[in-house]
Design a protein around this ligand. Structure first.
Ligand code: PLP
Length: 423
């Protein structure tokens, strides 16, 4: 007897990424203390930021009316009305966005927001045709890859790769291959991008936005690392609002992934649909993330923390990690690092390496260095990409860990590159 539905098969019967996360988890558990974990996406523990959460939690616990509201009352599916008002007001003030709380809907983390958005917009349409979420620049966030309920409802484009220095490169959207037909339900980009640390510049976003507008479809911008919070950005950008843009903000990379809180900002029709999805699948959202951050949004603390602690903290770590790479990776090899313009990762390309990224990952695991192989970040590419070697040649390395872990990990990766290329 068949146990699973098609949906059950897709979600519950295992995925490449689940296997990999299991493998990483076991390697970490078996490797104990001396394992060098450069594989995760967990934000760092920043003392000044953690102190603010601690103060806010104490305030909440010592105020019995506020505590009751947070612990014992269901919020509306769209989110806490005061929180929504505060965030809408901050976005109006900071960026001049023409929005109200009707444009906002809280979800249980960004991951849940994308599941809602992808399946509200893409899949089998009322006319029977399959419409897709299209990712204009692959590689993209691994967490999207299994989220389309309808098979084939996620697709991606191969980017242009431009060398920026002997050991540097950067992806750019290849606008000439971007589909604009009626099979596309929306474009989606993470900005900054996980895994590559790429940041689409304002010109690329404007061009993408114009193409989306012309096609009559939304442009989804995943702001997990972006402005105004957590602001893990190392180049200048402007968050641009338009009626067909959908932004997803998350509290996770501020250091609050345990609160599972994100906010979709979109035209009211879409924000309302996301709230309906919450009502159907979860009734309401968790209250804690909203309760902790609301006063911090109102008094400017959240922006202050992002600008003056979170961004500089990661920028320093990024510079440290890139300097270490320059120091200990073999200069005579063809390794290349993507420009690190935002997020928490180095994205390493090993062109023509005799080992593919999974084999390289295994070799590093034997040395107790844990990274993430690049292949699962290249999804939805279809047959065209079969001969594209690049997607087997990259690995993702987090630099959010302690400096000594990053340093020892990178030294061992450098030694493994020399071995792999036979130097
Ligand atoms: C680009 C990107 N989007 C979304 C998410 C989802 O984060 P969360 O569900 O914790 O908000 C992540 C998490 O790592 C991410 O890197």
């Amino acid at each position: 007897m068949q146990l699973w539905s098609n949906f059950g098969e897709r979600v519950a019967a295992g995925s490449g990424i689940e296997e990999l996360m299991e493998d990483l988890g076991h390697a970490l558990a078996d490797g104990g203390e001396d394992c060098l974990m450069l594989g995760g996406g967990n934000p760092a523990f920043i003392p000044e930021v953690e102190a603010v959460w601690e103060t806010r939690m104490k305030e909440l616990v010592s105020d019995s009316a506020a505590l009751r509201k947070t612990l014992a009352v269901y919020d509306p599916p769209r989110g806490n009305p005061s929180f929504l008002r505060s965030l809408a007001s901050m976005l109006r003030k900071e960026y001049g966005w023409d929005i109200t709380e009707d444009h906002l809907a809280v979800t249980g983390g960004g991951q849940t927001a994308f599941f809602a958005l992808f399946n509200l917009l893409a899949g089998t349409s009322p006319s029977g045709s399959l419409r897709k979420i299209h990712f204009p620049l692959m590689p993209e966030y691994i967490g999207y890859s299994n989220q389309g309920i309808s098979p084939g409802s996620l697709s991606g484009s191969i980017p242009e790769i431009r060398k920026t220095s002997p050991h540097g490169f950067k992806y750019h959207i290849d606008f000439s291959v971007l589909p604009t037909d009626e099979t596309v339900a929306a474009y989606c980009v993470s900005r900054p991008t996980n895994p590559s640390g790429n940041v689409l510049d304002d010109e690329e976003i404007s061009k993408l936005s114009a193409m989306a507008k012309k096609a009559g479809i939304p442009l989804i911008i995943d702001n997990a690392y972006g402005l105004p919070f957590p602001n893990i950005l190392f180049r200048q950008t402007t968050p641009l609002w338009a009626d067909h843009h959908i932004f997803v903000f998350s509290l996770s990379k501020l250091g609050l992934p345990g609160t599972r809180t994100a906010v979709v900002v979109a035209k009211p029709q879409i924000a309302r649909a996301v709230a309906s999805m919450t009502a159907v699948t979860g009734l309401a959202n968790g209250n804690f993330g909203q309760a902790i951050t609301r006063p911090l949004i109102e008094d400017g603390t959240l922006l202050h923390l992002s600008q003056n602690f979170i961004r500089p903290y990661y920028e320093k770590k990024m510079r440290f990690a890139r300097a270490k790479v320059a120091d200990c990776f073999p200069k005579e090899s063809s390794y290349a690092l993507h420009e690190t313009e935002g997020a928490l990762f180095l994205w390493l390309w090993l062109p023509d390496c005799p080992l593919n990224s999974r084999q390289f990952y295994q070799k590093l695991k034997e040395k107790k260095v844990l990274v993430v192989p690049g292949e699962p970040f290249f999804f939805g590419l279809g047959k065209d990409a079969d001969s594209w070697r690049h997607r087997h040649e990259c690995i993702r390395i987090s630099f959010a860990m302690k400096d000594d872990v990053v340093e020892r990990g990178l030294e061992l990766i450098g030694a493994e590159i020399s071995r792999a290329y036979g130097m």
